[in-house]
Design a protein around this ligand. Sequence first.
Ligand code: DOR
Ligand code: ZN
Length: 352
Amino acid sequence: METLTLTRPDDWHLHLRDGVVLKDVVHWSAARFGRAIIMPNLVPPVTTTEMAGAYRERILAARPEGSAFEPLMTLYLTDNTPAEEIERAAASGFIHAVKLYPAGATTNSDSGVTDIRRCDNALAAIAEHDLTLCIHGEVTRPETDIFDREAIFLEERLAPLLARHTHLRVVLEHLTTAAAVDFVRQGPERLGATITPQHLLMNRNDLLAGGVRPHHYCLPILKRERDREALIDIATSGHPRFFLGTDSAPHARHAKENACGCAGIFSAPLAIELYAEAFDQAGALGRLEGFASHFGADFYGLPRNGDRITLQRQPRPIPKALPYGDGHIVPLRAGEEIAWSLTDDTLAPEAS
Ligand code: DOR
Ligand code: ZN
């Protein structure tokens, strides 16, 4: 049987939510990843160092027995985030990034930024204290076509932001377009990007052709096949500024299978396996370790993980639904198969 052993990967973009569902969600990521950048779009959003510290404690308490999974916390940027809050965040040692959601761009982004220039003091402090700015890169004007929102953001918002803050380290999250790939590739060394498994494996036909698939709906929305191909090309190229970030975003089944369904794809139960499948299909399994386990840590200035995981080429059925609080959640590939599996050694908690 073919196996693949990697330095334990990290997830540089993850939603874990809060409260009773934490225990149902955290263990999937903890079995695969050493660390994860934890998104702050809770209700209310994680806008202070104190809130991030309390949230971190709840995540640590929800880990499986013996797990060393480390949540890397983020602050939610608002129009009014004071520079002093950024200073406190940097001093905490457990906050590694600040997340910029344009107001109204996605789930729980109502308190997000209405005009990036209002954040210039906070952004200067992020650069000064060597934190990372993570960006949901979409314009939010209702009249802008949803398939164009990312590409327009690059020229209209991101280019001026990078020009105004010449020492700011930025991660453009969840790339979905060939335009974004080009923008990041041509950008400065301090600009990195994450890529999700769904954007490597699916295009907008998987969302809309033959029926609406609410479990394939996420933001930024799936794009064209040529965009997917550009993402595969860059992810498997060995370029060190493009790395793994699942954007696994759990929502209860009823919130997805709804006349107005929520955006978010729950990939945590098979996250690294999905990337293995995508890299394998591209004939580039040898490049997975850099993308999944090295480049993100290097970009964030953190050490690479010291332990390993092993994947085997063995199909595994994915359940139709999984427990989620007092209800259920539907993971990506529900009722189907994934081509790769983690070995039992990797899944045992003492392996981490
Ligand atoms: O699909 C998404 N879901 N995109 C986001 O940006 C947010 C996320 C969520 O929190 O559900
Ligand atoms: Zn996200």
